[in-house]
Ligand binder design. Sequence first.
Ligand code: BGC
Length: 766
Amino acid sequence: MIRVLKAAACALALLALPAAPAAAQTKAAPSAEARIDALIARMTLEEKLGQLVQMPGGRQRTPNSRINDDERARVRAGLVGSYINVAGAKESRDLQKIAVEESRLGIPLLFAMDIIHGYRTIFPVPLAMASSWDPAVLEKAGRVAAVEATASGLHWTFTPMVDIARDPRWGRIVEGAGEDPFLGSAVAVAQVRGLQGDDLTAHDSILATAKHFAAYGAAVGGRDYASADISERTLHEIYLPPFYAAARAGAGSFMTSFNDVGGAPVTANKALVRGILRDQWGYQGLVISDWMAVDELRNHGVAETGGDAAALALSASIDMDMASNLFPTQLAEKVKSDPSLLPYVDEAVRRVLMTKAKLGLFDNPYKRSDVRREARSMLTAKHRAAAREAALRSIVLLKNEGNLLPLSSAVRRIAVVGALADDANSHLGSWRARGEVEQVRPFLPALRAALPGAQITYEAGASPKSDDASGIARAVEAARASDLVLLVVGEDFDLSGEARSRSDLALPGAQQALADALLDTGKPVIVLLMNGRPLAIPELAERAPAILETWFLGVEAGPAIVDVLLGRVSPGGKLPVTFPRSTGSAPFYYSHLPSGRPADPDLTKDTARYRDLAITPLFPFGHGLSYTRFDYSDLRIEGEQVPADGRVTLSIIVRNTGSVRGDEVVQLYVRDPVASISRPVQELRGFRRIALDPGEAKRVRFTLTPAQLALWDAGQWRVEPGRIDVMLGSSSADIRVRGAFTITSAARTNEPAAAIPTPTAEERVR
Ligand code: BGC
């Protein structure tokens, strides 16, 4: 459990916060501690340091390929704690057997792999699943991944990535939940729960990792691995909350990030790791470095030798060195010359062993390496169905002029254009663990199967992978001979993900030229976007009558897109990140500060905006249309005068006034209009995705606490008295109802405001 911020710092009343959710996995049986103490007492320094390294056992697509006789000898000597990319029930069991039965102390190994959005059953990329605004989708995806991966012998995964990403140039935006710390916290909690389940010792529970701690997404210029140079307030209010939420939900491990924060590389950052994570938050789980990051401290220019780098990382409270192999090879020497490092070694070893105990590995090290379970667990019909449901809920309708969508049944001749329409590989997105391209159902064949009577012609036209425009003429011909064009454009999957930053958010290759040529035909063009980040596509957004954001939707991408196109399901996803109008305006996020000269559409004034660009986003945070319409009415606020330790309930009626069933994500934003420091113009503090039949209405209720309005100032969280404005609506830019309440007293609080969940409920009304 999280120990709250030090009470000593509090001069004002410290609010009593709800107890942290039970985190079954954080407690090992008391006997485990005694067992570990006894084990540590028997360990040589070399054996201890061996536990502190994770070695590569292969690559993700070729696991076990590095397991040779040398590695087996290392295991036999008890000189390794964990492997990344050892997988397979048999392979993992064989290696585990050496550790348990042939090494002196018989300490089991931990097997890890990146399972970012599915193991064999590949779900939509995380940014897509965040677009569902439905944490249950992410929880289920995590559960399916855990069931499959553990059957292959895996104990540990490096998910969730909870980095807030406000800059779409950063390629890793695809791996997270977008720009908002409140949504990001809810998603992080769901992912941890899904992966770890209720009981970490269960054969199908896998240890989750909150990564990359911290501020990795704030890379300057959106360049992966670059510095984060942000204020302390931005760190605490924006980048840290999802980590806090993940820790509170019991995430068994944390991974530190590659970047430096204001010059202090995180892998050696005592203030961040030992200070905030360990001392302030009381986090007891395992902290692992990122890949080779200990060694990279030399590149950062804070360590001269590998030994210095290892000592710095260990001192900062990194327990395990991923891949650089410096802890086992360099620390023995360091400890001899500086015995003050020894307690750090013991502390790290204890965390590694406790993690193994929490997973039940000392009791049954082979539980997760089960050949029969492995054979029957992969990509089952149930897992596919969960992936389909996730894909359906992730799709966002960005534009739908004249209700062009869903497709009318009168449409007989359809031209499908774009290389991405039949690109099973891209549907899998970045990081696909053990996913197989052959098992993906791509869009084009799914459409043909759904419309056997239609005449569907296909032309690649252009591809995101090349500048070749020679296919455009044929695509135009196909469009002319059709009633309607389905244009599939965006990014190849390999343009987002790690080390895949882009300086230009436009459509790559000749795709914009293709789009222009098709739009020039005068035929209705429906755009299906496939991409791993927000794109700056102002011309397309202006000219195309309908745009569907489909991201990379995984194995069931095709059928899910078809279900939405044909109106079997109304789209209900919302953007978890702003789409800017131009790359030059990135980072461009909704929750900005007001400025002394707030941006004004009128260019005759000098305000906070560009001369050459509209100040509005292309598509705002929280945006997403439906095939039906929703009406908001009757805002009620109970507790309009609320003391700092009180609560206020806001409720609103949402009615489906259209003619089909649909989902709406009701969003609650707050603003503190006058405070001791400037506060954002909007901050998300509640959301709920509801389904409504035509004519049906529900009252949606949010319970807020003033602690959720706390601001970070001078090293602490503070609630200030005064008026709070509330905004309820369908997106950050589509606010339907406004109200206010007043906080009547001051207080110090002890949790990041955006990490505190808002209890939400709904009830049907007549
Ligand atoms: C990434 C991590 C990942 C690790 C292991 C690194 O390059 O930054 O997110 O978990 O590799 O594959």
